[in-house]
Write a protein that binds this ligand. Structure first.
Ligand code: PMP
Length: 406
């Protein structure tokens, strides 16, 4: 199973451009993915030819916009293996999806003395909402340890799951280390103990097939912009009985059944959680991104990226003074590293002069950086549109960086 990378790269207009007079080498897909023409065209076509607000107009244009928006819900459901498309809630991004659960489910279900368990490798988006909830409700946040390699310490996690634990919230793939967590196993352990699970899938959906039913979790959150779709559309998936029982997160238009000054009744899910005019065009764009990915195949993408990760790991390991941070056995195509004597920001700035875009910083995972004993790392995150030649170019530029600084 090989991918026609040359053809794939032509699908992404930005990959044909130059940066600082050099061909762009985009290695920051974990921050946000580049967009294929299919997505750009679908959004432009929607704005040019089909735009209207949804769920309200009796006229044809609005009915058509509604049909396209709702059809995307079905596409997303199929893409992530959701048993029922009503379980797909459109939000802005993974952050909003997690906050929705923290506010709506959490404020009902979490009480004084209850415990929420997260892991050390979480993105701030899967820490801060739970801290805020714990503070508000008098609950306790517990944190499962990880190893020096950046693997979850499953024994420690199981030890933390006690009679007071109400929620286990963890990432499927670490944005800073690339570690892939055993979601199905962890969800089963939680389920046996009656603990609800939320999985942060922001870095998982772009890399490999995801089937939420097979994973056995209760909530799954991700952002469309990391899945080659536009910014502004993300997804919360939740089990229907849970969503049905949850109160709305935001109140307003489009989420009601009837309103009077005596009281309001709410629409069923998913509308109950989609108050106000959503980012309609971005949802349409997300649908186009999913169609595009389906046309390549997430299995093939995962296989290609794995080979690319192995190649990149070998190339970077050859560089004197470079240390890869995060060497879990199961990894997605994310490489965090530090270079002796060079600050990650300086690495990023120097690579930029070569047209190479990488991320440098704490990656919105400050507790994780502390655990790994670094203030920041440089991070190259790969995708199926990257090539071995780009990795070799990165390695050469890193050697040059080292020579300049050391
Ligand atoms: N979780 C993880 C693991 C992430 O990598 C990110 C984005 N870096 C988020 C959550 C938050 O995503 P967004 O900013 O799109 O809400």
């Amino acid at each position: 199973m090989t991918l026609n990378i040359e053809a794939i790269r032509k699908d992404f207009p930005i990959l044909q451009t130059s940066m600082r007079g050099k061909p762009l080498v985009y290695l920051d897909t974990a921050a946000s993915a580049q967009k294929p023409r299919a997505v750009i065209d679908a959004m432009s076509d929607f704005y040019r030819n089909h735009y209207a607000n949804i769920h309200r107009g009796v006229y044809r244009l609005s009915a058509e916009a509604t049909r396209r928006y709702e059809a995307t819900r079905g596409r997303v459901a199929r893409f992530i293996g959701a048993p029922d498309e009503r379980e797909v809630i459109f939000v802005r991004n993974a952050t909003e999806a997690i906050n929705l659960v923290a506010r709506s489910w959490g404020e009902e279900e979490i009480g004084p003395g209850d415990e929420i368990v997260v892991t050390t490798m979480e993105h701030h988006a899967n820490i801060v909402p739970w801290q805020m909830l714990a503070e508000k409700r008098g609950a306790i946040l517990r944190v499962a340890a990880i190893s020096d390699e950046g693997e979850l310490d499953e024994d420690d996690l199981v030890r933390l799951l006690g009679p007071k634990t109400r929620l286990l919230a963890f990432t499927e793939v670490s944005n800073a280390l690339g570690t892939i967590n055993p979601v199905a196993r962890l969800a089963a352990i939680a389920r046996e103990r009656g603990i609800t699970t939320l999985v942060d899938g922001a870095q998982a959906v772009p890399h490999h097939p995801v089937d939420v039913a097979a994973l056995g979790c209760d909530f799954y959150a991700f952002s469309g912009h990391k899945l080659f779709g536009p910014s502004g559309a993300g997804v919360l998936w939740g089990r229907l009985p849970l969503l049905d029982a949850m109160p709305p997160f935001l109140g307003g238009g489009d989420m009601i059944e009837s309103v009077s000054f005596e009281g309001t009744t709410f629409a069923p899910v998913p509308q109950k959680f989609e108050a106000g005019t959503p980012d309609i065009a971005s949802v349409i764009g997300l649908g186009a991104a999913i169609d595009y990915l389906d046309s390549i195949g997430m299995d093939r993408i995962a296989e290609y990226e794995h080979a690319l990760l192995l190649h990149a790991t070998d190339r970077l390991r050859e560089i004197p003074g470079l240390r890869i941070v995060g060497t879990a056995r199961h990894k997605a195509a994310v490489l965090s590293f530090v270079l002796d004597g060079v600050h990650p920001h300086d690495i990023g700035t120097l690579l930029d002069t070569e047209g190479i875009a990488i991320r440098a910083g704490h990656h919105c995972a400050q507790p994780l950086m502390k655990r790994m004993g670094v203030a920041a790392t440089a991070r190259a995150s790969l995708s199926f549109y990257n090539t071995r030649e780009e990795i070799d170019h990165l390695a050469a530029a890193l050697r040059k960086t080292r020579e300049i600084f050391c």
